[in-house]
Design a protein around this ligand. Structure first.
Ligand code: GMT
Length: 381
């Protein structure tokens, strides 16, 4: 199948999922066209059946806001025609589902019908999309998609609660390529980061307020008072600077490493003992899944889709949002007991395997087939 994938090409989870999906689909024989404003960060290899088409938005001084959706929908029209793309899979409703719908309408004028599959990722529903300024357009473009997926049962329920949705929402969870997280543990240079007796705790995110970065720092502060430990902070975002300040105020700066964005997530996870994810809201928690695939247990909040990923008392522990005391105690309970830590590390990997890429990607393929068939049947094609 010839599939166009639209996503945010940045370090965010939705872009990572879209890129990994496209790459896996290409390995399974599909022809994949990424259509976005930059080459996606995890898209290193372009090949015979993986293509990247850049969306350019020319600067024009009259425009206070440059019209990206207009440029994207025009690019989609051109690419669908040029490469005979059969289906568009758009990740993140805003503005991708909306731009795809406009492209579909324009193509229809030329008797070309291309179905749209929209995948909802979380913040497009729970934070941004729900804003009154966007809500009518988001509701409209979800309802006009030919098929809709959500990355967790919790996100599906949130979408149905917050929007007036007439379409069926299919839950297709995020996934992980377990093979990419097979480490040689002697090889990850742990001793560059910590001494033998220090435990390594890691947090990875885009450091926005929804991630509750101060809770990460405070939990670590409590832990390091009891046992020798280091904190690895990976990612960039507006909360990074306040977090560095908080570390200085608490006198723990020397125990905390801020990496910024990194392409070496697998190496950092390879030497981590515990992962912290205290988010305010989280549709899925891909970073927690990546940690678990690297044998790293997770201390998280129990919000949104996280309980579908991190199993209480098995792959980690879950606490109410903001309950730093409980998260600190749970972290210490795992880290203080070597036998328990090893058991949770093994469990984390077992739990992550349930989201293996080879089990999830066929669900997207089946949905594409069904969507094409339905559109053909309803004579849209
Ligand atoms: O919050 C982020 O980390 C970025 C955001 C995004 O849009 O890329 O992530 C959302 O999508 C990810 C992939 O499906 C999910 O794993 C994250 O849980 C979700 N973030 C939130 O719901 C806050």
């Amino acid at each position: 199948m010839r599939i166009g994938i639209v996503c945010y090409p940045t370090f965010g989870g939705s872009g990572v999922v879209a890129t990994e999906l496209g790459l896996e689909l290409s390995k399974r024989g599909h022809n994949i066209h990424f259509i976005t404003y930059n080459q996606p960060v995890r898209l290193e290899l372009l090949g015979n059946n993986v293509h990247y088409h850049e969306v350019n938005v020319p600067e024009y001084p009259l425009f206070h806001y440059q019209p990206y959706e207009l440029a994207l929908s025009s690019k989609l029209v051109d690419m669908v025609k040029l490469h005979k793309i059969e289906l568009l899979h758009v990740h993140y409703a805003i503005p991708h589902a909306y731009a795809a719908y406009m492209a579909q309408k324009m193509l229809r004028e030329e008797d070309i019908y291309v179905p749209i599959v929209t995948t909802l990722h979380g913040t497009d529903i729970t934070l941004v999309g729900n804003h009154p300024f966007y809500k009518p357009a988001v509701t409209f473009s979800i309802n006009k998609s030919d098929a809709v997926t959500a990355v967790s049962q919790s996100l599906k329920e949130d979408t149905l609660r917050l929007f007036d949705i007439k379409k069926e929402i299919n839950v297709i969870t995020n996934f992980i390529d377990i093979k990419k997280f097979k480490h040689d543990f002697t090889d990850c240079q742990r001793d560059m980061m910590a001494t033998q007796d220090e435990k390594i705790i890691t947090h990875i995110s885009n450091m926005r307020s929804v991630k509750r970065i101060p809770d990460v720092i405070k939990t670590f502060y409590n832990v390091q008072k009891e046992i020798p430990a280091k904190l690895m902070m990976v990612g960039e975002g507006p909360e990074r600077e306040p977090a560095e300040r908080l570390c200085r105020e608490l006198g723990i700066s020397e125990k905390v490493v801020f990496f910024g964005n990194s392409n070496e997530i697998d190496r950092i996870l390879c030497f981590s003992d515990l992962f912290l994810l205290p988010s305010e809201t989280e549709s899925f928690g891909l970073s927690a899944l990546e940690a678990m695939a690297s044998n790293v247990p997770v201390i998280s909040s129990n919000t949104g889709g996280i309980p579908e990923v991190n199993l209480e008392g098995f792959s980690g522990y879950l606490s109410n949002v903001g309950d730093v005391e409980s998260m600190s105690n749970n972290a210490l309970a795992i880290l203080r007991n070597e036998r328990k830590l090893n058991e949770f590390k093994l469990n984390a990997k077992i739990q992550a395997s349930k989201f293996a890429i080879e089990n999830i990607v066929p669900k997207y393929e089946a949905l594409y087939e069904e969507t094409l068939k339905t559109c053909l049947f309803s004579e849209k094609l």
